[in-house]
Design a protein. Structure first.
Length: 146
């Protein structure tokens, strides 16, 4: 029995036509770009008109993330409660580190984090976006149920 004469490209095209992704190669996996999250924030412009502005966060790799955590150890009392970082310094550091567009310095992220104009929920959402871009897993269905 003769081997298949189809090229990889032809096999991939058939898979796309059948609505199924092609099988990954090692090269595909090594080219995977870092995860990005885009979101909007409602604010006001210089004249006080309500506008929406976009932000994009880009994931850190595991070593970069661990470096940010290590640079912001918990306060002793918080460490006794199980904290692994000082939220007051870690949150703005992480927000700064993942800010892709616009890029934010630590000082800028800290100013926003401490701003009285942001509600606690809004600031928590911004921090959770930063956490999510770094810590969300791949969307891999492990069985036919998803």
């Amino acid at each position: 029995m003769a081997g298949s004469t189809e090229t990889v490209e032809q096999i991939a095209e058939k898979a796309v036509q059948n609505g199924k992704p092609r099988k990954a190669t090692f090269a595909d996996l090594t080219r995977k770009p870092r995860r990005k999250i885009e979101f909007t924030i409602t604010t006001v412009d210089e004249e006080g008109t309500t506008i929406e502005v976009g932000m994009r966060f880009k994931a850190l790799n595991p070593d970069e993330y661990d470096e940010v955590v290590a640079a912001h150890p918990p306060k002793p009392a918080d460490k006794q409660k199980g904290a692994i970082f000082n939220i007051d310094t870690f949150a703005p550091a992480l927000i700064s580190a993942v800010s892709d567009d616009p890029p934010l310095s630590y000082e800028e992220a800290a100013e926003i984090y401490k701003s009285k104009a942001w509600s606690s929920g809004e600031m928590t959402s911004l921090f959770l976006y930063a956490q999510r871009v770094c810590n969300s897993g791949l969307d891999i269905p492990f069985n036919d149920r998803g």
